[in-house]
Design a protein around this ligand. Structure first.
Ligand SMILES: [Zn+2]
Length: 350
């Protein structure tokens, strides 16, 4: 099984094979299960990696799609998985780091280009403005500030600015091709954060708070700790019909808030750095960056056990070239439930 899995990894994005018994084998993108989690991209970090897709997941609930994060290549992965923009109901952004949002506007520019007339807007939920910037952590006493008038815009301002930036192509296509105004396809709600948190006190202990409830799903969130990024969210989706729950850690250190959010969850999609020791990565990161940003493989097991999660799925993990058995051993040290090291395009029936 491990050999088969490594073959699949070497082969890049594979939809239609299953390395682990935990994933439902798919013959074709068009035979997706009624309810499914698709790990479109599992690659962590901003740099492009050959053959890999940046962090992004889709929940398919009946015929409605819910997108969680939009890493590099996610719209292509979404399309390769047989998913259509017309079925995209809501989009959730965990935090405003590049590797989670770089393909965000592609969904509207490219995905929305052929949107059906009268398609309901995609409701988008994500971070509001951070409220301030931290000092340099790398010893630069006078770091450059991009757009000093508004150096930390939230998702609503970001979206409005993107719409302005791409005005010309949209105006041309509206005139030449009769396309719809893509501004109408995006409806942003910035998630209200618990009182007492701010860009200096980013992840105080807090109970899970509601984001949105519709016919398919109730979504709750919590604040997680991801170095200087504020707010950074974890999300939990409780499916209305089946009662199945899927919780996404977002990017975080080992988090008590996340453990509370994920309590009893069926699936915990968790990020991981195999080690938080900078020497393991040849001292590539600033001192303490890893320990203040991410969760080790062993700690993922501790979180999954504390939350009593039935199945933990690693996504947004690094390094990606470790043998799967290393991950299973490390996460399994403190956790006896099911563990899957997700691959790009892997489908999990819910
Ligand atoms: Zn991040």
């Amino acid at each position: 099984m491990l050999t088969a899995s490594m073959g699949a990894l070497v082969g890049g994005a594979v939809l239609g094979t299953s390395a682990c018994s935990s994933a439902a084998p798919q013959e074709s993108p068009h035979t997706l299960p009624d309810d499914a989690l698709i790990t479109l991209g599992v690659q962590a970090g901003p740099p492009p990696v050959p053959g890999k897709t940046g962090i992004s997941s889709t929940l398919k609930i009946g015929s409605d799609l819910y997108q969680i994060d939009c890493g590099l290549g996610s719209l292509n992965a979404f399309t390769n998985a047989g998913l259509r923009f017309d079925d995209l109901k809501s989009l959730f952004i965990t935090h405003l780091h590049t590797d989670h949002i770089v393909d965000y506007f592609s969904f509207f520019l490219s995905g929305g280009y052929t949107a059906a007339k009268g398609k309901a807007p995609v409701t988008i939920y994500g971070p509001g403005p951070a409220g301030g910037l931290p000092p340099s952590r790398v010893g630069n006493s006078d770091p450059a500030t991009i757009n000093p008038k508004d150096p930390a815009p939230g998702l609503a301002a970001t979206t409005a600015l993107l719409q302005q930036a791409f005005a010309y192509t949209d105006n041309i296509f509206i005139r030449d091709m009769g396309t719809d105004d893509i501004q109408k396809l995006a409806k942003v709600t910035e998630i209200a954060v618990p009182p007492g948190s701010d860009y200096r006190n980013r992840s105080p202990r807090t109970a899970p708070f509601p984001v949105v409830t519709d016919d398919n799903v109730a979504v709750t969130a919590t604040l997680v700790a991801h170095y200087d990024v504020y707010p950074a969210f974890g999300f939990r989706f409780d499916l209305a019909k089946s009662g199945v729950s899927v919780t996404f850690s977002g990017d975080t250190t080992k988090s008590d808030n996340l453990i509370a959010l994920a309590g009893g969850t069926d699936i915990l999609v968790h990020e991981a750095q195999f080690s938080l020791d900078d020497a393991y990565y040849h001292n590539r990161f600033p001192p303490n960056y890893l320990k203040s940003s991410h969760t080790s493989a062993e700690q993922v097991g501790e979180v999954a056990a504390a939350a009593d999660a039935k199945h933990v799925i690693l996504s947004h993990y690094s390094p990606t070239d470790l043998p799967e058995s290393d991950w299973l051993d490390a996460v399994g040290k403190h956790y006896s439930g099911k563990i899957t090291v997700a691959r790009d395009g892997q489908v999990f029936e819910l």
